[in-house]
Design a protein around this ligand. Structure first.
Ligand SMILES: NC(=O)c1ccc[n+]([C@@H]2O[C@H](COP(=O)([O-])OP(=O)(O)OC[C@H]3O[C@@H](n4cnc5c(N)ncnc54)[C@H](OP(=O)(O)O)[C@@H]3O)[C@@H](O)[C@H]2O)c1
Length: 265
């Protein structure tokens, strides 16, 4: 674990309409998170970045300070390891108090075939995408609930809306995470804490660059704009991004199972 803190002298935010925010990003090196962080830095937000690679975190810290972030703290840890969560949470509470937003952005989409032939791979996928995600969200949820403020947002996926032949392991972890968030939203509603479920369609990031047609996937910058807007405003509880995926998935969910099970995608 390495910890690195750096801040600049206060300067006016680039977008005065946006209130100053203190945001924790879990999985800060993800392609989607990188774009979200750039946009938040431009607005003069304060950030605590958590990810595995100390070197990439240090590079990110410098980049985001140059782009206008008021403060960037980093904490290096493996988020899939639940044993490390208490230390992450304590660091956040003591070094980044009064944070108002937590964005969970890490995830893994390994080859589905590997999960079919290896139970170890299957369990690792569930651990990264579902088990560890619910564990760390639970720590932050209790803190925000006690303070009766803030927002928890997590990136799940449209893949979680229906189990498909080609990626149902990843999809089931994301679907379970979406269900968890739905229940958490209801629990935290009386405390005034927002819970946002973010469901992107296919996005051009390192996660997908090996897939056929990935060049046609949406730019992470566009998805990040939707996410930042959702964090800022009283937006829908469930964000499909780009928005068209809300309609696509509504249609996909209507396909009868007798037909759906024959589809080879
Ligand atoms: N790209 C898409 O088409 C798409 C669509 C829907 C949803 N999503 C979701 O969006 C989120 C961001 O993904 P992305 O597209 O930005 O992909 P990405 O660039 O590949 O980022 C994945 C992130 O997860 C971290 N990670 C992966 N395996 C991990 C493990 N075993 N333990 C700890 N951290 C791990 C990576 O850390 P390192 O940097 O250290 O490797 C990285 O920060 C994910 O939850 C993903 O499932 C993506």
């Amino acid at each position: 674990m390495t910890v690195n803190a750096h801040s600049t002298t206060p300067r006016p935010a680039a977008t005065p309409a946006t209130a100053m925010k203190k945001i924790i990003v879990l999985g800060a090196t993800s392609g989607i998170a990188l774009e979200v962080q750039r946009q938040l830095a431009h607005q003069g937000c304060e950030l605590l970045l958590v990810a595995r690679s100390p070197q990439r975190l240090a590079d990110l810290q410098s980049d985001l300070l140059v782009r206008g972030a008021q403060q960037v703290l980093t904490y290096s840890a493996d988020l899939a390891s639940i044993q490390q969560h208490a230390a992450i949470f304590e660091f956040a509470r003591h070094s980044f108090p009064d944070f108002d937003t937590v964005l969970l952005a890490y995830g893994s989409m390994r080859n589905q075939k590997d999960s079919e032939t290896s139970v170890d791979v299957l369990l690792e996928e569930l651990q990264v995408n579902f088990v560890s995600a619910t564990a760390i969200l639970t720590l932050f949820a209790a803190d925000l609930e006690r303070r009766r403020t803030g927002c928890l947002a997590a990136i799940t996926s449209v893949a979680g809306d229906r189990g498909r032949r080609s990626n149902y392991v990843y999809g089931s972890a994301k679907g379970a995470l979406s269900l968890f968030l739905q229940g958490l939203r209801s629990r935290l509603h009386p405390a005034g804490v927002r819970v946002i479920t973010i469901k992107p369609g296919p996005v051009q990031t390192p996660m997908t660059d090996h897939l056929p047609n990935s060049a046609r996937f949406v730019d992470p910058e566009q998805v990040a704009r939707d996410i930042v807007r959702a964090l800022e405003r009283r937006s829908p509880d469930v964000l499909y991004t780009p928005r068209i995926w809300r309609y696509i998935m509504t249609a996909v969910q209507q396909i009868p199972e007798t037909i759906f099970k024959r589809l080879s995608f």
